[in-house]
Design a protein around this ligand. Sequence first.
Ligand code: ZN
Length: 130
Amino acid sequence: MTEVPRFWREIPQRYNLIGNKCRKCDWINFPPRSICKKCNDHDFERFDLKGEGKIITYTIIRAAPLGFEDLVPYAIAIIRLDDGPRITAQIVDCDSSEVDIGKRVKVCFRKIAEDGKAGAISYGYKFKLV
Ligand SMILES: [Zn+2]
């Protein structure tokens, strides 16, 4: 099928940081997994992540992939969420020189790509400094 149905299917996950919490060991899996990363159990409840955390490490992208040329330089960071999981995301709304290890960030939802033919715009999570 085309990109459009796939885009709509993905919306719930794109607009919220939804993980799943293992009922056996309380580990929060993000993205949600069918088998717990920690204990291999598979009994979960939905867990809405608060979307705040701090930067563990980051890299500055200066040569962007096709379609992202206008954005360089930008920072991609590994973030440790307050809820536990680690997440890799772009840091937006700041000069890349402001990004640093240990800085607090919170999630925001931004346009990722626009499909000219289908007219579909996909959104996803990014993070900004707080
Ligand atoms: Zn578990």
